[in-house]
Design a binder for this molecule. Structure first.
Ligand code: 5AD
Ligand code: SF4
Length: 424
């Protein structure tokens, strides 16, 4: 989502006549688009800011802007650590970037705008996309779920859906420009449409987009397990362009931890949804997010997560150590764990998943997969692409085929990618 926000900022700046440069040393302005989801992201930001300080010392005309969730969280507070920052604006203020730049031209003081544009979700902002075949499309902003560890609802605000006509128009334009794949973005795509008063929900939006010419594949992130409906499962099964792949963050396999996280589903409910998904769409690729070492997580709770991984056998996971975030209610929970316990649990989760991922990838050997060829592989002379399940595949093919859907027979499988041969 942040990367796509950066694409929007680039689009707005280019529409104003600015051009991107590869090296910050040549820039008149640098925008750091920040993430605050875990402490590590925040540390990275402050060290990057330190580097820009030295750059500004040698080029005093350089303007430094801070965008995104840390800007939203800290606001003018950033200036106490970094008084050399010129502009601070939040994720829902991107639409005001042009006017912020205008104001900047006429004044010296630091501009801070984290009030959030109430009309942000109704605006059609330009975007300069990095990729020419695959595009991200935001369908909603914010989140109402308030998982107890998470800063997102505080920083990205309440859930707001974009108008279906605006989304469809954007996707139509992408199809027209030769894009083949769209990934619909939202913190919780399954509650798309709530509050729009248009009688449209997420499965209906998928049906609308499935009709759009030129677009061959549709993906979406992220689905909250509680809101994953039977209607959505049917849509995945029925709609030819919707890829058989779903990211369904479970976070923990223990009911008491799920309750403490305010996830509002139980382990059994989650497993039941996985079962229904697999019954309806047998080869669906499943990925998840795991938090290791949530406050109060006992060795037994953690074992429940390990067991769940073995039971579900995900295609891949994203796992993180629990990180204390300002303003979240988990801060006040008893039983915060030492770093080394969190670290060890994270390592165990990752080691288990590594085995499962390799096994699952090997199961694809001998099968024929539809691949969207999207670029040159780092492996000498090969072309790379993705299966409908979003696995990377390297294949010997003519570069002129980049952008096409081809059938590939899988012959080798590693942890991060597969290799195959083009079928006639
Ligand atoms: N600590 C660790 N992981 C977190 N995530 C969100 N907040 C935290 C936190 N405080 C993870 C969740 C979420 C993913 C995007 O980031 O697993 O699904
Ligand atoms: Fe954060 Fe939970 Fe919302 Fe995901 S669903 S963004 S984890 S509050």
């Amino acid at each position: 989502m942040n990367e796509h926000d950066s694409e929007r900022m680039t689009g707005i700046l280019e529409a104003q006549g600015c051009a991107s440069v590869a090296d910050a040393g040549c820039a008149d302005m640098v925008i750091l688009n920040t993430c605050s989801i875990r402490e590590k992201a925040e540390q990275k930001f402050f060290s990057e800011l330190g580097r820009l300080k030295s750059l500004k010392a040698s080029n005093p005309g350089l303007k430094i802007a801070v965008a995104g969730c840390i800007a939203q969280q800290e606001g003018a507070g950033i200036l106490s650590r970094a008084p050399y920052v010129d502009m601070i604006f939040g994720p829902s203020d991107i639409s005001r970037l042009s006017s912020l730049l205008e104001q900047q031209r006429f004044g010296e003081r630091t501009l801070v705008d984290t009030t959030g544009d109430p009309e942000y979700h109704r605006k059609r902002l330009p975007a300069t996309r990095k990729d020419r075949l695959k595009a991200w499309v935001s369908i909603m902003y914010g989140c109402d779920n308030f998982c107890t560890y998470c800063v997102v609802p505080y920083l990205r605000g309440r859930e707001r859906s974009r108008m279906p006509d605006d989304i469809a128009a954007e996707v139509r334009e992408l199809g027209h420009w030769g894009y083949k794949e769209v990934t619909l973005l939202g913190q919780n795509v399954n509650s798309y449409g709530k509050g729009l008063g248009k009688g449209i929900d997420f499965p209906a939006l998928l049906r609308l987009i499935n009709e759009i010419l030129g677009i061959e594949r549709i993906r979406f992130v992220t689905s909250h397990p509680r809101d994953l409906s039977e209607k959505l499962i049917i849509a995945i099964r029925e709609l030819p362009k919707v890829c058989e792949s779903i990211h369904l963050p479970v976070q923990s396999g223990s009911d008491s931890i799920l309750t403490a996280m305010n996830r509002r589903y139980r382990r059994e409910d989650y497993l039941d949804k996985v079962k229904k998904l697999r019954e309806a769409v047998p080869h669906i690729a499943l990925t998840t997010d795991i938090i290791a070492g949530f406050p109060g997580e006992t060795e037994q709770d953690f074992e429940m997560t390990m067991q769940l991984l073995s039971e579900v056998r995900y295609d891949g996971i994203f796992a993180f150590k629990y990180s204390k975030r300002p303003g979240t209610s988990a801060l006040g929970l008893p039983g915060h764990l030492e770093e080394d316990i969190k670290e060890k649990r994270l390592e165990r989760v990752l080691a288990l998943q590594k085995e499962i991922t390799i096994q699952k990838n090997r199961e694809l050997i001998g099968t024929t997969q539809e691949i969207l060829l999207d670029g040159r592989s780092k492996k000498g002379g090969m072309i790379t692409g993705r299966t409908r399940g979003n696995k990377a595949v390297n294949v010997a093919a003519d570069p002129s085929l980049i952008g096409s859907l081809v059938n590939v027979k899988i012959s080798e499988a590693g942890m991060n990618s597969l290799t195959g041969q083009l079928c006639e």
